[in-house]
Design a protein around this ligand. Structure first.
Ligand SMILES: [Zn+2]
Ligand SMILES: [Zn+2]
Length: 257
């Protein structure tokens, strides 16, 4: 029997999947991935995510403006994201947050767009999908000030240490582990995988990015979620089937599915 998996963060509407999305989704379903969220990163990509979710019964959408695109997030763009948030099958706002690693938008523009989307999520009564890279202090401060506990959300592709994980849990967030937990240089992630309570943990691919260890250098896809989930189960010393079902339940509860 395949495990019951939920890919909480994918970009299935990205051009990387344009030629063979049908085959990608078929492999995901065969691997036990029963539900997937496809995540918007700007207005056109959020529109594409909503359109894809309308076509596929096991795909839902999130709409938002990624920190890389934050300098585009003017009033008109945010109004359009809020309009899209009301579309059928949109279950979350994001991805939004701070990325001080690549710095593709100025820090103040990132913080402004992040705060605006947290407020939007509260009005829309939907959880938030948070992207955070090399900006944990600043991200946690904004999440505490808003506060994110009112909507709930996920710290996606978690990349912090155990202290950051504890602070995310205190804020009411779920923690999502992605492909990097399978890498030989996984830093604090194996310890984080064992520390997070079973009712606060989810997994994701972030495909087409960040494939798990055996597929590094290739395009990632939801079928590979099994590898990441199996590694997390191994680290926790739990059978995969039970943990996978538990993580899917966590995601379903958050997204109201
Ligand atoms: Zn991200
Ligand atoms: Zn992403």
């Amino acid at each position: 029997m395949t495990p019951d998996l939920f890919d909480t963060h994918a970009h299935l509407h990205f051009p990387e999947f344009a030629d063979d999305l049908g085959a990608v989704l078929a492999r995901a379903r065969a691997a036990g991935v029963r539900r997937m969220i496809t995540i918007g990163t700007d207005v056109p990509s959020s529109r594409a995510a909503v359109a894809l979710a309308a076509r596929e019964p096991d795909v839902w959408a999130a709409v938002g403006i990624h920190p890389h695109e934050a300098s585009l997030a003017d009033e008109a763009q945010l109004v359009e994201i809020e309009r899209l948030a009301a579309a059928p099958r949109v279950v979350a706002i994001g991805e939004t947050g701070l990325d001080f690693f690549r710095n593709l938008s100025p820090h103040d523009a990132q913080a402004r767009a992040f705060r605006a989307q947290l407020a939007l999520a509260r009005r829309a009564r939907k959880p938030v999908l948070v992207h955070c890279r090399d900006a944990h202090e600043e991200t946690l401060a904004i999440l505490a000030e808003m506060p994110v506990s009112e909507t709930g959300g996920i710290m996606h592709c978690f990349s912090g240490d155990t202290a950051v994980a504890k602070r995310c849990l205190d804020l009411g967030l779920l923690i999502s582990l992605a492909g990097p937990v399978t890498y030989p240089k996984a830093r604090a992630l194996p310890e984080v995988a064992t520390l997070v309570p079973a009712d606060r943990l989810v997994v994701e691919t972030d495909c087409p990015y960040l494939p798990p260890q055996p597929h590094r250098g290739q395009r990632n896809e939801p079928a590979y979620l099994t590898i990441t989930a199996a590694r997390v189960a191994e680290l926790r010393g739990e059978p995969l089937a039970g943990l996978a079902a538990r993580m899917s339940e966590n995601a379903r509860r958050l997204f109201g599915l």
